[in-house]
Design a protein around this ligand. Structure first.
Ligand code: SF4
Length: 692
């Protein structure tokens, strides 16, 4: 490592790869994988290795703007503080909301959550992580009593069988996929993919179950039934679990028609699962982004609980998070239904402890508005002051046209971002220029609970400020004074870690109080550290000892039954529309589109159509196709491929377009959510196709 090389963390997906960054002295960066980081051991994917191409200042916002005109920071922040204060005084705290992002560092996230839940006195702070893993959070809490990821990345190296459910890991978490391929080579790990599409993740897999959209619960119920009937339960472990008999009864005689799979295919999968002791089930958005997402999660968790295949080496259910700090957001309480440090908003003792710790005037006693409901409230005029931080809901939310119109009609909208060139920023009354990745300091938590540092390697351009600093400044201008008198991210981290000690005292899982006394120098040098970190607790696996976090200490199996996707195909809308990511773009492309190399992979928006459907519709390869749903319309380039099933289509979610119709595919997705998690069903919209 040269003297100038700095260790940091990739800002894209939840794998959380370590990077070595060497500035070239002219604003650019050389990027390598960090060989010492436990997430990637030097590997990087295409997006991570192109980071150096995306740090240009070309698209950056460098001055606060009010109604499109440049202004100074004092004027902008005075206006934000005054508008929020006036709105609260006139309409109450619940007339305000923050919509934040898994791109935020934990320190930024912590301050935003503290301001909204502790001082404004509303729980109306939600995050784009709601679109990503809220069903996983809800499933974890139902089964374990806390939102705990039981395993670690090492389990992928040590498993005998890995099952990918609703996850194109090869494109969306490429370094984890590389890790699995390495394990296959080294120890013959078998791989099964359960996905309606035949994706790149199927390359090298022993089995691909091309399940019908939404058919996951019947597969895992059938597996649970076989576990029970064929004597594969772990009776000792089940003494630590409640609800097993009800779950077995619910899974018995499971009809597999909704899976679209043959008895033989499911039986082959069950044989494979039962004949391997070390099984890891990785799941992602295909499970979570569903109107029955929480039940799908629990269907998977049930199988691992019934067999005791959890918390042990090479075993366990494994939710992989989409964003770099989706986990950190969950930990600081960035979801509308959570308190900081995995404490519960509905628990009076937890609320009182946090209120006392923060010296806060009030902590709300009920969940705030989850993302879809939040934007519905914006559209109905119930939210009158909205602060959107590092996310682009006018493109990425379901029913995106309605969300765009809601933001446009809101009384007062603030956007913090690194650029003003997003669909959402263009609708804001105030735009605040934030520092970007590479310029700021803080921590993120990846999918296996490892906290890593993001470090400053480039000078922050004049005119930009870190998010924690912007939020704390507004809090002070609103009159919340000393509680937000932070001097650095290290100071915020110490407070956050100390608060987690209170959570640990309540017997919660998230406890990093062992880091509460880090000096500035130690914080600066913090190596990747998996939580928990406190006296007697180390960052290993959870639950092998049968200790869970429900009252009484037992885990819970949850009876689940199949529910079809909410939107029904019909003659007018005969296709099932699946949306998702592509390999080389990230979210709405505000950063990755700056790299010519990344943009060359798949250069324009497209829709995948099965060859027989294309023939029926007289659509030829590369034709422009109009795709319509009850919610909206897009025009996309046809890709004719049998990787999608007949009657289904797939389109990426990254692209936008100023005019309608456009390539904003989330404008076609209905704002239907899982009733428990509030996560939208982004994988099972309905649509019709025609040649443009
Ligand atoms: Fe970054 Fe994810 Fe790629 Fe790792 S796998 S380099 S964290 S985008």
């Amino acid at each position: 490592m040269t003297a100038q090389t700095i260790k940091s963390t990739c800002p894209y997906c939840g794998v959380g790869c370590g990077v070595l960054l060497t500035p070239d002295g002219q604003g650019g960066l050389a990027v390598k994988g960090d060989p010492d980081h436990p997430a990637n051991f030097g590997r990087l994917c295409s997006k991570g290795s192109a980071l150096g191409e995306t740090v240009t200042l070309d698209e950056r916002l460098l001055t606060p703007q009010v109604n499109g005109a440049a202004t100074d920071w004092d004027s902008a922040l005075d206006l934000v503080a005054r508008k929020f204060r006036d709105t609260i005084d006139t309409y109450g705290p619940d007339s305000t909301a923050f919509y934040v992002s898994g791109q935020l560092l934990s320190e930024d996230y912590y301050v935003a959550n503290k301001l909204m839940k502790g001082f404004i006195g509303s729980a109306n702070i939600d995050t784009n992580s709601r679109l990503c893993m809220a069903s996983s959070v809800a499933g974890h809490k139902r089964a374990f009593g806390t939102d705990t990821v039981p395993g670690t990345y090492e389990d992928l190296d040590e498993a005998d069988l890995i099952v990918l459910v609703g996850s194109n890991l090869a494109w969306c978490h490429p370094v984890l996929h590389q890790r699995i391929l390495a394990a296959k080579k080294k120890r013959g790990t078998k791989l099964v993919v359960i996905d309606p599409r035949r994706t790149n993740s199927c390359d090298g897999a022993e089995m691909h179950l091309a399940v019908a959209p939404g058919g996951d619960v019947p597969i895992f119920n059938r597996l649970l039934s076989a576990i029970h009937d064929r004597g594969h339960t772990d009776p000792d472990f089940l003494t630590h679990v409640e609800g097993a008999e009800a779950a077995f009864a619910s899974a018995a005689d499971q009809d597999i028609t909704p899976t679209g799979l043959s008895e033989g295919a499911i039986e082959a999968f069950i044989d494979l699962w039962l004949s391997h002791e070390k099984v890891v089930t990785i799941y992602s958005q295909g499970v979570n982004q569903s109107s029955s997402g929480t039940d799908k999660v629990n269907a998977i968790l049930n199988c691992h609980l019934a067999t005791g295949r959890i918390g042990k080496q090479g075993c366990g259910p494994f939710s992989v998070t989409g964003q770099p700090n989706a986990m950190g957001g969950r930990e600081v309480g960035g979801l509308a239904n959570m308190l900081a440090c995995h404490l519960d908003l509905e628990n009076a003792d937890h609320r009182a402890a946090v209120k006392d710790f923060w010296s806060a005037p009030a902590i709300p006693d009920a969940a705030g508005l989850k993302a879809v409901d939040m934007f519905r409230a914006v559209g109905e005029g119930r939210i009158k002051a909205l602060w959107i931080i590092h996310t682009n809901p006018a493109v990425s939310m379901p029913d995106a046209n309605a969300v765009r119109d809601a933001i446009a009609g809101c009384d007062f909208v603030v956007v913090s971002d690194i650029t003003a060139q997003t669909d959402t920023a263009r609708l804001a009354d105030v735009i605040l220029p934030a520092t970007a990745w590479g310029e700021k300091e803080g921590t993120v938590t990846n999918s296996d609970r490892t906290i890593s540092r993001q470090r400053t390697v480039l000078p922050a351009p004049d005119g930009t400020r870190p998010d924690w600093d912007i939020l704390a400044d507004v809090a002070r201008r609103m009159g919340y004074g000393a509680a937000f008198d932070y001097a650095s991210p290290a100071e915020i981290f110490r407070e956050y870690a100390a608060l987690s000690g209170i959570a640990g005292g309540f017997g919660r899982d998230f406890d990093i109080s062992g880091l509460a006394d880090l000096t500035d120098t130690e914080y600066s040098a913090l190596e990747p550290t998996r939580w928990p970190v406190s006296d007697g607790k180390t960052g290993g696996r959870f639950f092998a000892d049968g200790q869970f976090y429900h009252p009484g200490g037992k885990g819970r199996m949850i009876p689940v039954t199949y529910r079809a996707p909410a939107a029904k195909t019909a003659r007018k809308y005969p296709f099932r529309l699946n949306t998702g990511r592509i390999r080389d773009q990230w979210h709405t492309m505000t950063r990755t589109a700056l790299s010519p190399r990344l943009s060359a992979h798949l250069a324009e928006p497209f829709v995948e159509i099965h060859p027989e459907d294309a023939a029926d519709l007289s659509i030829a390869p590369a034709d422009l196709v109009t795709i319509q749903s009850p919610e909206g319309t897009a025009i996309l380039r046809a890709r004719i491929t049998d990787t999608v099933q007949r009657g289904t289509t797939f389109a990426p979610m990254h692209w936008t377009g100023e005019t309608a119709p456009s390539a904003r595919i989330d404008a076609l997705v209905a704002a239907v959510t899982d009733p428990i998690s509030g996560q939208p069903e982004s994988k099972a919209a309905v649509a019709r196709l025609s040649r443009f």
